[in-house]
Design a binder for this molecule. Structure first.
Ligand code: PLP
Length: 239
C-alpha cells in the first residue's frame, strides 16, 4: 500500500512540472483519484496520502465501498461514469457532484431528486469531444449542449460548474492535445457568453497517460486511476 502513497507524491511533482511548463499555478489543478474496481482499503490509503477528491464510475459499486469507508472528513466523491435516470436518486444521495451529465433528460431528473433532498448538486457537462459513437456525452456546440447551458436557470438545484471529457484513445498521448485544446476553446466560448446561472470554472480532462498534456492545455481537474492504483483487472470496468 506504501506504493500508492509514493505514486501520489510523484504525480504531484509531475503536476507541478507540467504546470510550470505552461506558466500555470499548480494550486489551480486538482488531482482526482479514480478508484473504480479498487477496494475501499486502496481509497483509504490514497486518503491518508492527502487525496480528498475521488471519482467512481458506478453507483452500485461505490455504494458498497461508501458503507465500508464510513465518514472521511473533507472528502469529495464524484460520479464520473454514465448515469442511468433510474439510479439518479441513489447517486445524489451518495455523491457530492455528478461530473457526467450527458443529456437534458438526466439534468432534469437530477434537479428533481436533488430538490426533494434539498441538496445543491454541482454538475459538469460531459462533452463527447471526438464525436465517438461508443462514448456518452453531448457533442460540442450541438443543440443539446446549448440547450443544457440555457436550461441552467430552470434547474435551481444544479450548479453547472464546468465541462468534462474523455478524448478518443490513442497509444501516443500527443494525439489527445488537439481534443483538449478544442474543449478548452469551447469552455472559454461558454464563459464569454455570460449565460445566467452558470459558474463555468472546472475543466476536467486528462487521465493517467495524457494528464501532463491536459495540464498544458488548461485542465483544472485531472482524473487519475491507473497512475495511482495500478492496472485494473482485465475484467475491470471502464464505465
Ligand atoms: C477510468 C476513468 C479515468 C481514469 O483512467 P486511468 O487511465 O486509469 O487514469 C478517468 N476518467 C474516467 C471518466 C474514467 O472512466
Amino acid at each position: 500500500m506504501m506504493i500508492i502513497a509514493d505514486r501520489i507524491w510523484q504525480l504531484r511533482e509531475q503536476i507541478k512540472a507540467a504546470a510550470q511548463r505552461a506558466h500555470r499555478n499548480s494550486a489551480e489543478i486538482s488531482l482526482m483519484a479514480v478508484s473504480k474496481t479498487f477496494p475501499a482499503a486502496a481509497i483509504r490509503t490514497a486518503y491518508d496520502a492527502g487525496v480528498r477528491l475521488f471519482g467512481e464510475n458506478r453507483v452500485q459499486e461505490f455504494s458498497g465501498k461508501a458503507q465500508e469507508l464510513g465518514a472521511l472528513a473533507g472528502v469529495e466523491w464524484h460520479l464520473i461514469g454514465h448515469l442511468q435516470s433510474n439510479k439518479a436518486a441513489r447517486a445524489v444521495e451518495l455523491f457530492h457532484a455528478i461530473d457526467s451529465v450527458d443529456s437534458i433528460r438526466l439534468a432534469r431528473k437530477l434537479n428533481q431528486v436533488a430538490g426533494t433532498m434539498e441538496k445543491r448538486l454541482p454538475v459538469l457537462i460531459e462533452v463527447n469531444i471526438g464525436g465517438e459513437h461508443a462514448k456518452s456525452g453531448v457533442l460540442p456546440e450541438s443543440q443539446e449542449f446549448n440547450q443544457l447551458l440555457e436550461l441552467a436557470p430552470e434547474l435551481p438545484w444544479l450548479e453547472f460548474s464546468g465541462l468534462m471529457t474523455i478524448p478518443p484513445y490513442h497509444a501516443d498521448p500527443v494525439h489527445s492535445r488537439p481534443y483538449f485544446r478544442q474543449l478548452r476553446e469551447c469552455f472559454e466560448r461558454v464563459q464569454k457568453r455570460h449565460l445566467p446561472a452558470l459558474s463555468m470554472r472546472i475543466l476536467s480532462m486528462g487521465m493517467s497517460y495524457d494528464f501532463p498534456i491536459a495540464i498544458e492545455e488548461g485542465a483544472t481537474c485531472i482524473r487519475l486511476g491507473t497512475a495511482i492504483f495500478g492496472d485494473r483487472a482485465a475484467t475491470g470496468s471502464h464505465g
